[in-house]
Design a protein around this ligand. Sequence first.
Ligand code: PGA
Ligand code: ZN
Length: 419
Amino acid sequence: MPAIDQLHAIEILDSRGRPTLQASCRFRDGSQGSTSVPSGASTGAAEAHELRDGDPQRYRGRGCRVAVANIRGEINAALKGREIDNQESLDRTLVELDGTPQKTRLGANALLAVSLAWARANAARQRLPLYRYFGQMPGFGPPTSLPRPTVNLFSGGAHAGGQVPLQDLLILPRRTQEMAGALEICVAVYESAADLIGDKYDARRLTADEGGLAPPFTRCEDMFEDALLAIENAGYRPGEDVCLALDVAASQFYRDGRYRLEGSLSAEAMIELLSDWAQRWPVVSIEDGLAENDWAHWPQLRRRLAGRALVLGDDLLCTNPARIQRAIDENAADALLLKVNQIGTLTEAARSCQLAREAGWHVTVSARSGETEDNWLADLAVGWHGQHIKIGSITQSERLAKYNRLLAIADATGMPIPG
Ligand code: PGA
Ligand code: ZN
């Protein structure tokens, strides 16, 4: 393995116009790679620490100059000239260098930017497409299929000014086994939904952070009704050709043990509401149906939805192996939403992915609401055999960079989406 010659970083802007990091890694043999890291808005409390400058004079305190300096300075000094054998030892070195449980000292954003840039440089050095490199990490094996896209149709919550509390209503094209066909269906339903809300709400195509349509819904049920109509108007059968998935992001409206969602609901009432939605509408997956710290009720939600919808943990799990193990032990979920920047290095995220797999869970590889034009997420979802990928909607280039990468991987490999 050639030694690292130089690590570099710059502050760039994400899809919300907020600063984030782009890091690059060059080996002594000249191979190099550069990547940028995303950033969330509806973040889990247990996520690794995203280091921001806190200087109110720049970007409302969200600057990343300290994280940039950590990469150019301390991390580069520690790694420059080092011959590191594999991703695991690189990531172990980064975690030890930081030395804090939540990566607060150097910043999880700085660590992840380096972890990913090194991966891309290493893949380039071996002349491997990035998805094959990710598939070579221990425990995965060569990819043979593509993830099924779950595409944001309607948005609410923290991504859309909170006009309804439900964060995302997503569509999932069910029958097709081709990536191109899957995206074609999603775009047709999106266009049909945009026409529908134009007529119904007399609203322009206002979109939320991830490109989902955000008309002035007054009730959560409007989202379901309009989604079903949009699917039908596009010529598809709800529940057969196209299903629904939800990201409730319930931590956002959980206060004092109550769920403030169209009234004030107890956990039991919230579970009944979600179960009712899954009965009335073709919902196959419910993400963060309960709050991240309401551990006591998640097993009940799982029992209630068993056989109907996946119980998908995002804020609950934070891609954190210890939280995932707890959820496995307590039967609190049966699907992992995997966001690498919630934990901070590729190796730790791989461990999370494998824990979920070993428990027989489903894995959705996910983008963040603040994204960049980088497309590594598509390679990661393929290389780590994610059953689903969640990138947002199909109208903004920071999302399309990943969808278009999936199309290119599909073209290069002929891999199908499993039926
Ligand atoms: P975030 O939201 O990236 O703003 O945290 C995405 C999600 O909740 O899945
Ligand atoms: Zn979520």
